[in-house]
Every structure is written in C-alpha cells, then in structure tokens.
Design a protein around this ligand. Structure first.
Ligand code: SF4
Length: 379
C-alpha cells in the first residue's frame, strides 16, 4: 500500500480562451499509492476533472499543460506521461490507466453494441491472453475430433499472436477475408470475456445485454457498461470522474456499492473525483481537497473528517446538510481563474486571512500523521 504508482508534481494547466488565459491548475501536487482510493474533492471548476484528464493526456484545446510532471511507476520503470507521444499513450490508456466519465451516454458510442465496446478494448490490449484461451479451446476440441486443415491453420496463427502479435506475416493475412478466420476465434473469446465482465458488474442477463445498443440501456446499466470497459484490462490506475452524478439516487447507491466491491476484486488504485463528501467518507482511503486550481489539503479520510485544518476544508465540511442542524455556506464565490487572486487563492473568502496571504502563495507542508496542508496558519 505504500509504493507510489502515480506522482503528479507541480502540474500547470492553462486554457487559452477569447476572454483571456484561464489558469486552471496552478502547481497541483498529488501522489497515488498502489491499491489505494484517493478522493479529489472541491467545488465545480476547481480543477478536479482536468487533473484526471491530464493524467491521460486528453485535455482538449484550448487547454494546454504548461509545466510539471506526471510520473507513472509501472513494471519497475518511472515514466513521465507528459513526455510521451500519442502512439505510446494510446497503449497506456485503457490497459494501464482507465477513466470512467461523468456521463455514460456520451462515453458510449451509440452505433456499437455494449459488448463490442468492451471487446474493442480487449482485442487492443489483451490479444495474447485471448489467443491463448482460443488455442486451449481448439486443443480441447481436437481431443474429441480430428483437427482439420482450417483448425490447424487457425491454431498456427493464434500461436503466432501469442509469440508476437505484431508479426509481419499476421499483418498481411489479417486483411484477407478467407485467411483471417482465426480472428473469429479471438472475437468469440473476447465476447465471452465481455459477458463475464458484465456479469461482474451485476448486470442481469449479460448474454442479452452484450448485444444491446446504448440507447436500449438505462442510465445505471450504461454506467455499469462503462465501468466494465474501464476495468476490462485490469488497469493499474482507474480514474472515476463523478461516475454517479447523472444517475438517480437509488442507482447512485448501487453504483457506489459496485465500485466498493470491485475495489476488493481488482487491485487497481483509484482516483475518485467528486464534490460529495459523503461518497468520500464511504469509499476513499485518502482525500485531496482542491480549491481554484490548487490542492490545499491532503490527509487520510478519517483525519480529514476528524481534524480538518485548512479553512476551506472546514467550510466544505460545515456546508454538508445534516438533518436538524443548520449548515453554513462558505462566504463569497470562487474567484475567476482568468485573473486569479495573488498569494493564497482562497484569501478573499477566508476569515483568517493575513497580509502575507494576499501576496505570497503558501507552500504545502507536512503537519504529521500523513497530513499535508497549504496555509500560512500552520507555517
Ligand atoms: Fe486563509 Fe491565509 Fe490560510 Fe489562505 S493561507 S487559507 S488566506 S489563512
């Protein structure tokens, strides 16, 4: 649990809009440990989602990452994701780092079935494993009846995939309809795996749902399919960007319970982006609180709820509605990031603001108990 799988360091991101330059991320620093669930919380527009998008390098123009690094520790190597080209990133996305988006309807392609969208990810990233399973099945069949020429030909090509999926001889035959019959066997295995994933997502009758189109699915079912797609290749890191926001309350609870169960089954580390502190309390091991493009506090979940230190975190927790209690909202509004306040970006809403807060940006400091905070009150 202690080894870090992802380190986001001093991440700077700007949006070049007609109104001006939006300084969306101003030196974000977050680390993610193997197998843990880290919650990123904060108000809308504080930079939670773009932090997730930056990890996968899918920030669209006019957004631009201007500085910092995102180190991904995989297979004993430390790779800066921001230095990679698009072809390498495409191999990492889906296989090593996956994302569940807010709106399942826009995450699914309306012209492909639910199954085909999971199968696509499997054929791209798990082709060797699929070929091995197809060979196993052919060998079992061969025990019962004698293998004909076509079976032997398909087995031979599947063996080539196991040894080297990029073999040049395969590239040629894969394009010729009569010679690429082995692909049908791969597809059959991928479909079986897609059905298994849908069953894991607690989808009733997965054999039927696998052939359904997104418009035939309810919101909850569509989100389960998106989660199945994200987990199909058992990624090292899963980024869930408010996956329950657009769902009914009862479905939200089902999806949260599902993610909790899957957390035990899959060993993926999770970054869970949300504005809901209740979800954080339920799901996360640690929490990073973001405000106006900065991480202002990071601590273990229990520590954040028992001992919040940053004035913004305190305000965030006090603003949670509780039955019978009067909740307080944080005074003022989030500043424009086109011309953000100098110094601490929270100073115009902070009741403890000092003169230095208006001039100098506080550094993130360690206050013990795995608790880090960016505020002059503790420096
Ligand atoms: Fe308030 Fe200053 Fe701390 Fe910012 S640094 S939260 S303005 S006390």
């Amino acid at each position: 649990m202690t080894e870090e799988i992802l380190q986001i360091d001093d991440l700077q991101l700007k949006f070049y809009t007609y109104e001006g330059v939006v300084e969306a991320l101003d030196g974000v620093k977050i680390n993610l440990k193997k197998g843990e669930t880290l919650g990123i919380v904060g108000e809308t527009g504080c930079g939670k989602s773009v932090t997730g998008l930056s990890v996968l390098s899918i920030v669209l123009p006019p957004g631009k990452i201007e500085g910092g690094q995102i180190i991904f520790n995989v297979k004993g190597r430390a790779i800066n994701l921001l230095n990679l080209g698009d072809s390498v990133l495409r191999k990492i996305r889906g296989k090593y780092i996956s994302m569940i988006f807010q709106d399942p309807r826009s995450a699914l392609n309306p012209v492909y079935t639910a199954g085909d969208q999971i199968i696509e990810a499997l054929l791209k990233h798990k082709i060797k494993e699929l070929a091995e399973k197809a060979i196993e099945e052919l060998d079992k069949e061969a025990k019962n009846k004698k293998a004909n020429f076509l079976t032997r030909y398909c087995r031979n090509n599947l063996q080539k995939i196991v040894l080297n999926p990029k073999a040049s001889s395969l590239k040629i035959v894969s394009k010729i309809p009569l010679l690429n019959r082995y692909k049908k066997l791969l597809y059959k295995q991928a479909k079986k795996e897609a059905i298994r994933m849908l069953r894991l997502m607690r989808i009733p009758d997965p054999e039927r749902v696998v052939d359904m189109y997104p418009h035939e699915l309810s919101g909850g079912m569509a989100q389960r399919v998106v989660i199945a797609m994200a987990l199909a290749c058992n990624p090292e890191v899963l980024i869930a960007d408010e996956p329950t926001t657009n769902l009914d309350v009862t479905v939200q609870l089902q999806i949260l319970n599902l993610i909790k169960e899957l957390k035990q089954q899959f060993s993926s580390a999770i970054i869970y982006i949300t504005h809901d502190m209740g979800v954080v309390a339920e799901l996360c091991d640690r929490v990073a609180v973001m405000y106006a493009g900065n991480v202002v506090e990071i601590a273990d979940t229990l520590e954040i709820f028992k001992n919040p230190l940053h004035p913004y975190t305190k305000g965030l927790l006090e603003s949670i509605p509780r039955p019978g209690c009067q909740f307080k909202s944080i005074e003022g509004t989030v500043p424009s990031l086109i011309d953000p306040p100098k110094g601490c970006r929270f100073h115009n809403r902070c009741q403890y603001a000092m003169e230095i807060c208006t001039r100098v940006k506080p550094k993130m400091i360690d206050v013990g108990k795995n608790h880090f905070i960016q505020c002059f009150l503790y420096q």
